[in-house]
Design a protein around this ligand. Sequence first.
Ligand code: PLP
Length: 390
Amino acid sequence: MINEKILKWGTSRSVIRELFEYGNALKREKGEDAVCDFTLGNPSVPSPKEVNAAIKEIIDRPNAHAYTSATGALNVREKIVKALNKRFNADYSPDGIIMTTGAAASLAIVFKALVSSADENIIALKPYFPEYKVFIESAGGVCREADFDEDLSFSLEDIERKIDKDTLAIVVNSPNNPTGAIYSEEKLRSLAALLEKKQAEYAHPIYIISDEPYREIVFDGAALPFIPKIYKNTITCYSYSKSLSVPGERIGYIIMRPTVDLYETLCYAFLGAARANGYVCAPSLFQYVIAEIGEVFSDTEVYKTNRDIFYEELKKMGYSCVKPQGAFYLFIKSPLGTSIEFSERAKKYGLLIVPADSFGAPGYLRIATCVKTETVKRSLPIFKKLIEEK
Ligand code: PLP
């Protein structure tokens, strides 16, 4: 009677959530200062003041809480498209964008629209956001993993090995959760060349699904390549969760250029998938907020400060990690035992870091650096003690 596959996703909570709940219980018992919680990717900086100002203004409009059209209010889509076209010198059209309840919904919709048989696969680049697997499998497809290299970037050779005639798409997430890596233009061009070759070989499109919730969180002026100009068949899933510090409001979009193969069919398929998932329309209030505020984002300077402190100090202590160029995570190799053993040891001192096994990277751990700098500093003696215990 109950769908066993679905039940499993409900009963086996994610490791991240388990640790987060453990941290909350510990804080209640021993006080806030007893815990250094680096589990969740919950932005710690406030939303820009324009967000609340826009909410106050919009809330009195007669349509503030009404349904919008399924793809999102036209004036909202027009404004977003205009801003993106200006910023990226692109050719998006308001027909090619669908407002969604965040990147999670965007991805779930795209996967559901693409997968039509259980043989078909979508490639996730390790280490990857664990929900990809849930969304792909729930759409009825296979989540196929491709390996990463020592520099934490994807292995092109392994992608080539993993692509076959049933590959529909590959998910690219840059800046990356959990590594903070930004894929270089050169690397993305090599990926595009490989995909072009494979598309020709199998005579069907193989899409890049570009998952971009961290697009605005880039450090040291690093260049973030605009993937739709590097590879024609790119479908972008964007979210305002991190860029405006509004993850609880659930707002984002799917967008693609009109030159994407099967453009019109995809537009309808996305609508169909949203409908099948019961996503009637994205929250109207926040659609209007986005249109009102334009290209304004949270001040994320503290994420860079935290990255700098963590990276410098942990390296000095002997931890192995690659300097993140964006997002708000640091990915470290477990200095002793498995990542789960290391996370358990850290837990004893109230230090909560996530073993990356469910990201497809056993032996590594993720530190979410979207916290107060004071918490980062407080955690350093614990990291030192842990590595000295070896
Ligand atoms: N993709 C990645 C890589 C993420 O890290 C997250 C959230 O942490 C999401 C998608 C989902 O974000 P949203 O809040 O927009 O659903």
